[in-house]
Design a binder for this molecule. Structure first.
Ligand SMILES: [Zn+2]
Length: 89
């Protein structure tokens, strides 16, 4: 699994005589965007990588959602037990 998100970036390459210079025919690159140490970073993806990276990102999201759900269930169980025993609050 992979943490991050797959995004398509459109940008100019900076060459004055390139077709992208008019701001319309921009270059497209598919990248993995992720944060590390509080910074947003991107890594370029080759066309052949895009599908498998998307799938790996989806697996990470699903695992993260499951973890969150399990953690919330545990929290709810603790709070219910505390309320039932008259403690808490
Ligand atoms: Zn260009």
């Amino acid at each position: 699994m992979i943490r991050g998100s797959v995004v398509v970036q459109r940008r100019r390459c900076g060459k004055a005589n390139c077709q992208c210079a008019d701001g319309e025919a921009l270059h497209e690159a598919t990248v993995l965007s992720y944060s590390q140490s509080g910074r947003n970073r991107t890594v370029m993806l080759a066309a052949a990588q895009v599908a498998s990276v998307r799938e790996a990102v989806a697996r990470y999201r699903a695992a993260q959602a499951k973890l969150e759900e399990a953690g919330n269930a545990g929290l709810a169980a603790l709070l219910a037990a505390q309320a039932a025993s008259g403690r808490g609050r």
